[in-house]
Design a protein around this ligand. Sequence first.
Ligand code: AMP
Length: 378
Amino acid sequence: MKKVGILGSGQLGRMLAQVARQHNIETVVYSPGKNTPAGQVADKEITADYDDLEAIREFARQVDVITYEFENVPLMSAMAAEEIVPVHPNPRILAIARNRIREKSYLQDIGIQVTPFHPVRELSDLEVGLKNLGVPAVLKTAESGYDGKGQVKINDPAEAEAAWQTVGQAPSILEGWVDFDREVSVLGARDQFGGFTSYGPIENDHVNHILDLSYIPAELSDSVAQLAILSVKTVMEKLNLVGLICIEFFVTADGKLIANEIAPRPHNSGHLTIEGHITSQFEQQLRTIIGWPVGDSSPVQPACGMVNLLGDIWPTGPGGNGPDWFEMAQDDGVKLHLYGKSEARPGRKMGHLTRLGADTNTVKKKLLDTRNRIQTDG
Ligand code: AMP
């Protein structure tokens, strides 16, 4: 069996390593951290900086294939590794997915609709962009923003200068505001034989820019759902990607589908596939990168949902023991995943709950009820 290297060591790497362990496939995790969520489950944890090319090469020599669990891996490092072993998905997608300008330009070039946008390198670009796109608009750093970090909504052109300061005068993208009805994501898995399968569209509710709740089936017309799946398939085929990607979309009230972001890795909205589908997103990632064909991605029950558990519900201070897991266990259908993070911080993803059921309303209600009930005072 192949030995799998994972660049990045968060919960996505952990859940991949868990599937690998189930298959008795060895994993080596590489990140600057120690005792990380993925490192706790992997066979070996390498602690080194992402831009340490010598350490990257040494890591690559220890494994048969490499994948990554976040898109901010330096391109140079992914390419250095690729000289030694295959890296999936092909690092070309990293260059696209890690930069919002390249990402939107690429999607537009291959005929996928995106939000109107304007690249911003200096304040005058922002002023021109605001004239062209109007307000409201949103200014986002082109690189390394996530969960709403590095972005600011602009409601009036007079706010341009303040917004430019907020993003630290970093190269940015100005996007027209989309008054969307709902947000959905589609995950695609593609194998080395060109086989393709997908999950979703999955419907996603965000709170404070952070994913809160995901569920299937999304309430969408068949044609919008098919277009979303086709968009993901098109990106994977055009770039000949092997592995897993996710595209997040906005859907407007009049049924327009607008792509917002590509993640070339498992996605938080796909955590519900662990219990909710015959083959989970992590199993697909593993299968495809080691050269197996994609697995069956059919849902197990008509509906399925997931709620995130953020550090906000971990009481701190003396006697703070975290959420009340005994209370959680009163729901006999809920499934708990904890990521092994020792420190709980507001907004930090500590774990999630999944539940299957006959319809989305019941699933959502039960998940939210359970999450409310497990919150303790300390
Ligand atoms: P992002 O970091 O691009 O995923 O943005 C985080 C969240 O901000 C999205 O999930 C949306 O809820 C919201 N958002 C981002 N871009 C826009 C936009 N152009 N129009 C409206 N809402 C947006």
